[in-house]
Design a protein around this ligand. Sequence first.
Ligand code: PLP
Length: 447
Amino acid sequence: MKDSNYLKEHNARSLWHPMAHPADSLKNPPTIVTGGAGVRITDVDGHEVVDGVGGLWNVNLGFSCQPVKEAITAQLDTLPYYSIFRGTTNDAVIQLSEELRDFFEPDGLTRAFYTSGGGDSVETALRLARQYHKIRGEAGRIKYLSLKKGYHGTHFGAASVNGNQNFRAPYEPLLPGCFHIPAPYTYRNPFNESDPAKLAQLCLAALEDEIAFQGANTIAAFIMEPVLGAGGVIPPHESFMPGVREICSKHGILLIADEVITAFGRTGSWTGSRHWGVQPDLMTTAKAITNGYFPFGAVMIAEHVAQVFEGDETGRAAIGHGYTYSGHPVGAAAALACLAETKRLNVAENAGARGAQMHRGLLALQEKHEIIGDVRGGHGLMNALELVSDRASKTPIAKPAIARVQEVAYEAGAMVRVSGPNVILSPALVVTEADVEVILTALDKGL
Ligand code: PLP
């Protein structure tokens, strides 16, 4: 490896970072991560911290998952790549599909379509939703509804259903026919409603209203995260997603659960949809499907949707969509090993217990630090703080101040993620009680 000074100097010269101003890495050089072991990362200067971010909500099993590394190596030795476009398939992807079918059976999802990551999965689901309606003779159902503050990735389709201007404005015009309703975000909402149950009803009424305004027979799908993640960890009231399900079913609109973050245990349940007792029509997954060891994703398809495609005799169900790396054998082998470890370690249960510990710790920090406006989470290892410069007026904290929180927490032993005014905590699902304490103590110092 090149030495620390070389790396620091050359990073800014030759690459741009996602979600950053290209000149920023010159002014604020990023941390150069050189190692990962267990739930800890090490930087180029030898500083070791607990990773409170879990990679990017994806390294749920930590960095030392030997069975996954072995599965990848073995697959590389046997078949490093072959496509699964019409005419060929591979052993790993067939085995994985059977495993996923079992895993997602309680969600009513029985077929998989493979992708290279979350944005690809969202794109796939949006397309399949339109195609589903075309097959059924409802070609006019082309629009999409989603939540403000939702995050679904950066492809044009995904960006079009995103509910945050930062990811939309620089690239507009986006896909026409995408409309957004208010998120059940209790701390700030247009209804000025602080009761989560009442807010959920108001947001559901807004959904009904938008459907009536657009015309139900023009809408293909509603897409939502069961717990909004990148938007600052916004768990809806328990009545919200079941309410969405009911409204979608009533109007023939497909419900796409974007579970790129929540699938495979993060909420404390195996899927976010199951957490709320809902069966979606399509579910997008990525991230923890391979835990960051290989770029991979899958869209899971409900049996009744699959039957519409498979029963088509008009040719309209031919899938004109897919990626070179759909069903990549190495990704499939990694996913198989990840799934086996995910189940063996029962990570959902640990996520529930450690998430509750984290949430209690954050509430205690709120008693102590005036700059904590809101504490959100309480559903597994998805927690966040929203920082303010003034609690009464809820004025969002200034950028340099929150950057300093992150910096001091890092010096004190934990990597935390900053997104707008939010500090987001999403460590690996295998964190211990002691790891969570390290994160809370470091964050306390930062705050
Ligand atoms: N959907 C959700 C809910 C996400 O959180 C993300 C990424 O964080 C995506 C989609 C996009 O995934 P990717 O960055 O792998 O394209």
